[in-house]
Design a protein around this ligand. Structure first.
Ligand code: 5GP
Length: 185
């Protein structure tokens, strides 16, 4: 990354249902923070908006952008592609923003392998039973999708050594306060 940039990069990961999205929703209120809008080939969920939650792309469009080098990192998750677009990140960092990527662990591994500087935070659930309960309560995924996400979560939990900070999410408000403290907000 260009050393002249003034902003900084924050990576937030955590198994699906760990509470990461709720933490991010709270951080989005801060004007110093800008969130990356990832590209994905997965289907849009009810309530999601193109260009706000994700850029929802066809598999061909995603592959073409990848071939042109438009992604800082990319991953396959549960059979779908996800990727961080470089251009908005570069603009945000030039503007001095704290630019937050909410990504899974394969993407983090790519950034770490390239030595991309930043603050890397992992939000984890108290345990897998609690994670299952949260995914079921959320009601946005089918039973098969929940099983798949739980299997991925188990593997993801083993990747915590990639992160500078591991925050266990028992009580959301405390978790949010802890992440704010880590980021100096
Ligand atoms: P979901 O389908 O629940 O929105 O996201 C599934 C997983 O993909 C989550 O762990 C989310 O953080 C991750 N994800 C979202 N966007 C990106 C991205 O651009 N790159 C990577 N590597 N993971 C992403």
């Amino acid at each position: 990354m260009d050393p002249a940039t003034q902003g900084r990069l924050v990576v937030i990961s955590g198994p699906s249902g760990a509470g990461k999205t709720s933490v991010c929703r709270a951080l989005k209120q801060d004007p110093r923070v800008q969130f990356s809008v990832s590209a994905t080939t997965r289907a849009m969920r009810t309530g999601e908006q193109h260009g706000v939650d994700y850029w929802f792309l066809s598999a061909d469009d995603f592959a073409a952008r990848e071939a042109r080098g438009e992604f800082l990192e990319s991953a396959s998750y549960n059979g779908r592609r996800y990727g961080t677009l470089r251009a908005p990140m570069e603009t945000a960092l030039r503007q001095g923003k704290i630019f937050v990527l909410e990504i899974e662990v394969q993407g983090t591994r790519q950034l770490r392998a390239r030595g991309v500087p930043g603050t890397y935070v992992f939000v984890v659930p108290p345990n897998l039973a609690e994670l299952r309960a949260r995914l079921e309560r959320r009601g946005s995924d089918s039973p098969a999708e929940i099983e798949a996400r739980l299997r991925i979560a188990e593997a993801e939990l083993a990747a915590c050594e990639l992160y500078d900070h591991v925050v266990e999410n028992h009580v959301l408000e405390r978790t949010i306060a802890e992440v704010r403290r880590i980021l100096g907000l």
